[in-house]
Every structure is written in structure tokens, then in C-alpha cells.
Design a binder for this molecule. Structure first.
Ligand code: COA
Length: 166
């Protein structure tokens, strides 16, 4: 049986994003998700509207090290090129975690949630309140371009990638 199969004893949630880069805002949502669910899968997916800045494998590796350093054991990182709902359908994962920073996030996410449901009707979105409302990946990149200290916005392992510029 596939490990990701969801049943009553094993509640799994997906947390999808470009994570370019993964920030403390994302990490906060992951930590909350890991407290609620038996397992959280961080799905690094492709946003067709965005060109990546950082190598996807390097980001995946840095997230894994961050989880390891913090002893977060019920979280896995997967790189996936496809629709998130398709991944969930293939692996029978019903829950998608989304962080809400503001009402605009809600409007946007509700729309995506409806599209996901068209693809996989069993899928549902669980909203978690985001603490670091001021952070976005682009904002971190822009501040870094202007040589501002961004170390408080991203985990240490991600900082290494940003310094290396890959
Ligand atoms: N804290 C801090 N920042 C956050 C955040 C949080 N809790 N939640 C979101 N953000 C930021 C992200 O970093 C991102 O910043 P950016 O626009 O500067 O890169 C922004 O808010 C938007 O986040 P999100 O909506 O998650 O976009 P995304 O590009 O990271 O991911 C996917 C979008 C990958 C989930 C979406 O493109 C996707 O699912 N792609 C696969 C195809 C698919 O299934 N599409 C949906 C059906 S159309």
C-alpha cells in the first residue's frame, strides 16, 4: 500500500508552493500543520506564472535540513511538476493546508480551492492563520537585491542558498 494513502489513523496534508525561497512565514505554517496532522508533505510545485530564482533541488535540500535541525519528524519534502490536485488524487490526500495572511489571500485561495475540487472532489482546503504577514518570497528577494539583512525572514539553511545565489 502507498505510504501516502490517507485513512482515519493517518491524516496527511499537503502544503504546496513555489517556495522560491522558503521563508519563515512558510515554516510557521508547516510547524502548525505538523502539530495538527500526522504528516505534512511540503510539495514544491511549479507556478507557471513565475520564473524560478533558486534551484528547486537546493531549496528542497535546505528545507529538509531545516526540518531535521528542528527535529520536525512528520514532514516530507517532495518536488512535483504538475497540478497539486492531481498529486493529491494520486496519493489519496484530502487536505491542502494554506496560510492566510490577509483577506486577499482568502479570495485567491478560495478560487484555487474550487478548481482543486473540480479535479479531486474529495480534496479540501484547511486555512491556517499566518503570523508573518509582511513576508513574501519576492519581498525577501527584493530586500536581498538591495543588500538588506534578510536573515530574520528565512531559515539559516535557506540563507546559505541565497548567499550562494543558487
Ligand atoms: N508566509 C509568507 N509568505 C507566504 C505565505 C506565508 N504563510 N503564504 C504565501 N506566501 C507568499 C509566497 O511566498 C508567494 O510569494 P511570491 O508571490 O512573492 O513568490 C505568495 O505569497 C503567493 O503564495 P502562493 O499562492 O502559495 O503561490 P506560490 O507561487 O508559492 O505557489 C502553487 C502556488 C504552487 C501552490 C500553485 O502555483 C500551484 O498549486 N501550482 C501547481 C499547479 C496547480 O495546481 N495550480 C492550481 C490550480 S490552477
Amino acid at each position: 500500500m502507498n505510504n501516502n494513502n490517507n485513512n482515519n489513523n493517518n491524516r496527511i496534508a499537503i502544503y504546496a508552493g513555489s517556495f522560491d525561497p522558503y521563508t519563515n512565514g512558510h515554516h510557521d505554517i508547516v510547524k502548525k500543520g505538523c502539530e495538527i496532522f500526522d504528516k505534512v508533505i511540503i510539495l514544491i510545485a511549479k507556478n507557471t506564472k513565475k520564473q524560478r530564482t533558486y534551484n528547486i533541488s537546493n531549496i528542497a535540500f535546505a528545507i529538509e535540513r531545516t526540518l531535521e535541525n528542528e527535529n520536525i519528524l512528520n514532514c516530507e519534502v517532495i518536488v512535483f511538476d504538475g497540478l497539486v490536485a492531481d498529486y493529491c488524487k494520486q496519493h489519496h490526500i484530502k487536505y491542502s493546508i494554506r496560510g492566510l495572511r490577509n483577506s486577499m489571500d482568502f479570495e485567491y485561495e478560495e478560487n484555487i480551492s474550487k478548481i482543486n475540487k473540480l479535479i479531486y472532489p474529495d480534496m479540501d482546503t484547511i486555512y491556517l492563520r499566518a503570523e508573518n504577514v509582511e513576508i513574501s518570497s519576492s519581498m525577501v528577494k527584493e530586500l536581498n537585491e538591495y543588500e538588506q539583512d534578510i536573515s530574520r525572514f528565512v531559515p539559516e539553511q535557506i540563507m546559505k542558498i541565497i548567499y550562494r545565489k543558487n
